[in-house]
Design a protein around this ligand. Structure first.
Ligand SMILES: [Fe+2]
Ligand SMILES: [Fe+2]
Length: 334
């Protein structure tokens, strides 16, 4: 029994998505109990006061009170009926999360019943952890979203700029086949890239007309201020580089950017991606001193600016389908 439970635990313990925990657990249990076994995990949803089996599109909603499994849920105890076993699915703290059911033509042996009981405990605990992780991730994302709205709201002309920049960056990530953690890092860095503008006077940010040299020097400081703000935030280790990515989003490949005149590979890869998405959104959006550019001329202008962008990343950016560019361009505008 130790073997079966150990393998199950090993194969699901690193999953951070509750849906994946359920799906993978069912696959693992089918290996243990045989393909002819029918295994269902009913998950209780407090908000809708109903149960679902599976996730998203494969989910079937069952109203409270229907089905034999409901007795196991209601009485919080194991029920054996009509050749099926129903086990309450509870967290370590005793909170009932749902019910696990197994049905098989050939009766389960005592040993198999014990494996099913132990498996239920293990799956419930890992599922609960994944749910907590998901809730924390959602809190983190909503916090970043709020911060991002606060940045964009400072200037109605650039409203939605950070969110659109992030959407372009996500498309670029897919085209560059980057892993999911890197995609998340670039998404958050894009949403926060102009956070340093919080420290720049609104008079400058909303100035009608081009900035003079002194004013431009002042606005350039938003990269350094951005890094300083983000450095004070306790970020998970996979996002530790975000302050530096933000710091370098105005660097140029030829070393003529700011704040540190970094060249080529000295500029973090994510900053080179961000620079392209940032400039593309700026060019294709209306500004006080010029009207918005069409996509083609904007991309051409960026290609002509030799030395500003990483050519390989820019090349990938130009592969984003026109329909996608249009969809992102029209988002978050007031
Ligand atoms: Fe910026
Ligand atoms: Fe920007």
């Amino acid at each position: 029994m130790r073997n079966e439970i150990g393998t199950l635990m090993y194969n699901i313990m690193d999953l951070l998505d509750p849906c994946l925990v359920i799906e993978q657990s069912i696959k693992e249990l089918k290996i243990v109990f045989g393909e002819d076994s029918d295994i269902i995990i009913y998950i209780y949803d407090e908000e809708t006061d109903s149960f679902s089996t599976g996730c998203e599109t494969s989910a079937i909603e069952i109203p409270r009170g229907l089905g034999l499994f409901y007795d196991a849920f209601r009485y919080k105890k194991e029920i054996c009926k009509n050749g099926s076993i129903y086990l309450p699915f509870t967290s370590n703290r005793g909170e009932i999360l749902g019910v696990m059911q197994i049905t098989r033509n050939k009766n389960l042996t005592l040993r198999e019943k014990n494996i099913f009981r132990e498996a239920t405990k293990v799956i419930a605990s890992i599922y609960q952890n994944a749910k907590v992780h998901l809730a924390m991730k959602e809190t983190f994302e909503s916090f970043i979203d709020t911060l991002c709205s606060a940045i964009d709201a400072r200037d109605f002309v650039t409203s939605g700029h950070s969110k659109r920049t992030a959407l372009y960056a996500i498309e670029l990530c897919h085209l560059l086949n980057l892993d999911s953690v890197t995609c998340e890092r670039i998404k958050y860095a894009s949403l926060l890239h102009d956070i340093g503008k919080i420290g720049i006077s609104e008079r400058l940010l909303q100035k009608n007309g081009r900035l003079d040299e002194t004013q431009f020097l002042e606005v350039k400081k938003h990269t350094i201020i951005g890094k300083q703000i983000l450095e004070k935030t306790k970020l998970p280790k996979e996002f530790k580089d975000i302050p530096d990515i933000v710091l370098s989003h105005h660097e140029r490949i030829d070393g003529s950017g700011y704040p540190h005149s970094l060249k080529g590979n000295e500029i973090p890869y994510e900053s080179r991606m961000l620079a392209i998405c940032d400039v593309f959104d700026a060019l294709t959006s209306h500004r006080q001193y010029r009207s918005e550019m069409k996509f083609e001329p904007a991309l051409q202008l960026m290609k002509n600016e030799e030395g500003q962008f990483d050519p390989e990343i820019l090349d990938a950016f130009t592969q984003i389908p026109l329909e996608k560019l249009k969809e992102i361009h029209s988002s978050y505008r007031i």
